[in-house]
Design a protein around this ligand. Structure first.
Ligand SMILES: NC(=O)N[C@@H](CC(=O)O)C(=O)O
Ligand SMILES: [Zn+2]
Ligand SMILES: [Zn+2]
Length: 426
């Protein structure tokens, strides 16, 4: 592999532009580089460690009509990601070594982003019997989740945490007490009442997060909370962390920006689980992310077919695209509001998620000798979201038509350019 020279970038948005020399996938020099090789024109871009998404739905196997590992990997690279965790709610479910090994192999073949399969906690995501966590862990699985469903049986959750501790992996919980969300269609509050939509109460999330924090503390295991959506959950997390619970949490870009005010049009593009909440919640989530109560941003990228979104509200599937808009939404809600600087963006988009999943070669400092997993961001760019222009078949972005700040100009995976100027290099 010939060396790669990234010209004129500002690591973490600090100082004067420098060149970065990458040799054999590793950062070999930072400063003025005379060497020749493949060149990337940084044009003063902010240089960050490659983003890591702990929560992506790639839909393969089973729903390749909505996303494949190839199309999802392209979306990830274009969004600045160098590693993604592919959720287990595929068909067949990733609840055994055969399926997780298939997902990992396809990810390697595509080669645009490190695809880490998430293993299911329970067989078939049915919440009745633990899946073979040990065999999947041996196959390389580091994160287990029944995402889409909550592991609601407290005894089963306790057992999963006990196994995860022994295996040194992490359980990621979709926190939703199912008895409280039967038939739920929208955040339980004024807006849902006005629109005649059945409510999804904040307590259905908060009760499970509180319970799981208690269980994790008791067992001495690590717990990760998926897509935190309420201010009450942030309070529970702050309390649990203060008493020494090993709990981490993620928030999605859409829960940082959007509220249930958007539901007035009944457009199912705004339907997601957990539901869009109130402005007070988005405010609290932003503050919790800035303070480290919420550790990181995860997209919950959830592609859906047109027929599953272009229908009446109650029949539509929940979920939104996220990979190609995440950075811009984080800049809009966290950087442009003064809540995070670029070091903070590196922390919530790369360093913390890599640490939570235990990835040794991602989320690393931009220093000589470190793996060249990098993202270049143009902080001054503005662009208009067009779902039809995204990689992949699905176009269910709630940000359609919005003008957003900042753009990923290039992504580098172990010294190889995986995205450049909005394109996947041939
Ligand atoms: N977030 C969603 O609304 N949907 C996800 C499942 C999930 O993350 O719970 C999906 O798989 O479509
Ligand atoms: Zn979920
Ligand atoms: Zn999800």
């Amino acid at each position: 592999m010939s060396p790669l020279i990234i010209r004129g970038v500002r690591p973490y948005g600090e100082g004067d532009p420098v060149d970065v020399l990458v040799r054999d996938g590793v950062i070999a020099a930072i400063g003025e580089v005379a060497e020749e090789g493949e060149e990337v024109d940084g044009a003063g871009a902010v240089l960050l460690p490659g983003f890591v998404d702990l929560h992506t739905h790639l839909r393969e196997p089973g729903r390749e009509d909505t996303e494949t590992i190839a199309s999802g990997s392209a979306a990830a690279a274009l969004g600045g990601y160098t590693a993604v965790f592919a959720m287990a709610n595929t068909n067949p479910v990733a609840d055994n070594a055969v399926v997780v090994e298939h997902v990992a192999r396809r990810g390697r073949e595509v080669g645009l982003v490190d695809v880490h399969p998430v293993g299911a906690v329970t067989v078939g995501l049915a919440g009745e019997k633990l899946a073979e966590l040990g065999t999947m862990a041996k196959a390389g699985v580091r994160v287990f989740s029944d995402d889409g469903h909550c592991v609601h049986d407290p005894l089963l959750m306790r057992r999963a945490l006990e196994y995860s501790k022994a295996l040194d992996v992490v359980v990621a919980q979709h926190a939703e007490e199912p008895r409280l969300t039967v038939g739920a269609q929208a955040h339980e509050g004024e807006q849902a009442s006005r629109l005649g939509l059945q409510g999804w109460p904040a307590a259905a999330e908060e009760a499970i997060v509180a319970r799981d924090c208690l269980l994790a503390k008791q067992v001495g295991a690590r717990l990760h909370v998926c897509h935190v959506s309420t201010s009450g959950t942030a309070d529970v997390l702050a309390w649990a962390k203060a008493r020494g619970t090993e709990v981490s949490a993620e928030v999605t870009p859409h829960h940082l920006l959007l509220t249930d005010e958007r539901l007035a049009t009944y457009d199912p593009v705004n339907k997601v689980n957990p539901p869009l909440r109130t402005a007070a919640d988005t405010e609290a989530l932003r503050r919790a992310l800035a303070d480290g109560v919420i550790d990181c941003v995860a997209t919950d990228h959830a592609p859906h077919a047109v027929q599953d979104k272009d229908c009446e509200w109650s029949a539509a599937r929940p979920g939104m695209l996220g990979l190609q808009t995440a950075l811009s939404i984080v800049v809009e809600t966290m950087v442009n509001t003064g809540l995070l600087d670029w070091r903070g963006v590196a922390r919530v988009m790369s360093e913390r998620p890599a640490a939570i999943a235990g990835l040794p070669d991602q989320g690393r400092p931009i220093e000589v000798g470190e793996p060249a997993n990098l993202t270049l961001v143009d902080p001054g760019a503005r662009w208009v979201v067009r779902g039809a222009e995204f990689a992949g078949v699905a176009a269910n972005t709630p940000f359609e038509g919005m003008e957003l700040p900042a753009r990923v100009v290039a992504t580098v995976l172990r010294g190889r350019v995986t995205a450049s100027s909005g394109r996947i290099p041939a």
